[in-house]
Design a protein around this ligand. Sequence first.
Ligand SMILES: NS(=O)(=O)N[C@@H](Cc1ccccc1)C(=O)O
Ligand SMILES: [Zn+2]
Length: 309
Amino acid sequence: AFPPDDQGYHDFDEVNQVLDQTVADHGDIAAKSSVGKSFEGRDIPVLKISGNAGQDEAEPEVLFSCNQHAREHLTTEMCLRIINRFTDGYASDPAIKEIVDSREIWIVPVSNPDGSTYDVESGEYQGWRKNRQDTGTDTNRNWDYQWGCCGGSSDDPNDETYRGSAPFSSPEAGELARFVDSRVVDGVQQIKAHIDFHTFSELVLWPYGYTDADTAEGMTQEEYDRFVRVGTEMAQTNGYTPEQSSDLYVTDGSVNDWMWGKHKILSFTFEMYPSSGGIDGFYPPDEVIERETQRNDAAVDILLREAGA
Ligand SMILES: NS(=O)(=O)N[C@@H](Cc1ccccc1)C(=O)O
Ligand SMILES: [Zn+2]
């Protein structure tokens, strides 16, 4: 459970209650399933929002994933904001209805349920980042694209950026990857765009993370320019700084590199509020949740539009 002053945040059980209630209230446009189990055996929930949610329709799909890093709890609230906005708004807002009827939206509010639970279950924040496998794997260094290639992760199990013993050695990354793989229908990946939400620094990041170069195998200049255009457009709406993720620092095995490198999914990371801080930057007071999640509404709409382009 979150500390008394931060009850506005949802822990894992409360997230599942919200998802179940959403399906109960909006069963025609919302469907809950699991992408698989975490290391400690928790189901990692995914909510699908679409007209006729029970049918797989030939519509562009978009994935929003949150809380890959345990302590980054504001990102779970970001995924819940997306869920509430597109379900509660469906009956009253024609623009929302138009999007939901023409897209299939997948939302994973808690990608790392073991780590997220560990971080808050004592009632005191643990500052935990990784999953709960042995001494912890940084799942955002465990994706199977240029894994461990380039000094953008650690081979020391005690480090915060430990890449794991092998690509997809963490079930959390492996199961989400398996879910994305499963969205290849008749040889075509149905998911066209993705945002992985993190905190903090207020950035919009795009691949590749493993190299400083703009272009590399699997990334032409035209493809890079599209990341810049869409990333910059989204950043103009939320005031974040847009940049290639390696401009921040080189990472290898990150989710964005795999989403683009393997599936050509237009995949971004958003680093949310605050813009700076120490360890307290991971724990903004719950009073900021509404403001800092609504801050990304327009960017989310841009990505949903872009998925159909
Ligand atoms: N959220 S964070 O503080 O861990 N920063 C992220 C930044 C990041 C995210 C995606 C690709 C490259 C870099 C990280 O994984 O290091
Ligand atoms: Zn993070």
